[in-house]
Design a binder for this molecule. Sequence first.
Ligand SMILES: Cc1ncc(COP(=O)(O)O)c(C=O)c1O
Length: 399
Amino acid sequence: MQIRQSNQRLNFDKNPTFEKDINPKQRAWIEVRGKALETNVRQLRSRLNKSCQFMAVVKADGYGHDAKVVSEFAIKGGASHLGVATLKEGVKLRSSGVKIPILILGNLYTKKDLTISFKNDLMPTISSIRECLICNNIGKHFDLKFSLHLKVDTGMSRLGFESNKFVQQFDRIKSFENITIEGIYSHLSSADEHNSLNPESSTQLQRQKFLELLKQINIDRYHNIKIHLANSAGMLLNKDFHFHMVRVGLSMYGYSPLTKIDKNLSLKPALFLKVKVAFIRIIDKGVSVSYGGKFISSRKTKLAVLSIGYADGVPRNLSGKLNVIHNKKLYPQVGSITMDQMMVDITDSNEIKIGSTMVLLGSDGDKTISPIDWARKSNTIPWEILCSFKNRLPRVQID
Ligand SMILES: Cc1ncc(COP(=O)(O)O)c(C=O)c1O
């Protein structure tokens, strides 16, 4: 009998395997806990006055969680607005059926992009008269009003009208007939720093500058313009930062940006990172593990090879600094993290097998590992850790 070659087998297979047929939990995956998101939003909202609205910031695919799922549960928790960074992110949410107002926090500057934004009912952030004019012309063309938010720079030096020109420019913008100024906002640069409640801190100075500008444009005359300033840290500092709306990202995902622990706040992480043990091997004492031989076993060692690496978004500079949880116990990761795999010392376990699931981020019993721990060890911030997870990791929605 002639043995078939694999390419012939493909042609003969009556039940081909499609990508969707592969179990998302086959290798490594992110669990997204919708209920945690919903209760975090509820809990955060309970700190706001009744009239203060909650914008859920779902840019960068919902901080790596899956923007669609995050939006759905944030809305259930009471979010009235969504914030995205890009036109594409906004259009994607609209086409998935999201109906509530969406603000694009990044900058659109061409007529083409602003027209797409208008047609999809996405509000752009406007930082110049030039962009305002384009929006006004688009509104005129459709004989409608284009809703947008003006941004003013109070200390980020990123987007926004220059604060010393804003009052004069606002006077001109007011006369544009085909735009509606839905909001005026600014962004805090350092609200997560420990001194933010100090009257001399840059956070307080930003707030003062923002208030001064609002006073100069006689904001009290404009009842329909929403004023907003706070990110998570600003929101958690105190009500002085809340105005008509807060724009909340990190804390909604379950992590406080403030170093001081607030005992009344019990945010639940919405993201668990899990991985399968793909292989187990036993090495003798004095054997090198992974690239560069940075780890040499000091005893006879049982290693679990986990199917996750830096190509999935685990920072390589965490090599040798990570722990992984299995059945409420911590196990140390050893040797360099490779592109697709990493090794863990499981010498002390009799229960971990090929196919066992281990937790890289999340909780099991009294053990918790958070993106804040990873960020501290790899000299970055939790926002970057969350946004680094690649599409290779399936997002699996729980509840
Ligand atoms: C303009 C703006 N507002 C709000 C946020 C939300 O910030 P946080 O995740 O700290 O709540 C961000 C995030 O970077 C932002 O860029």
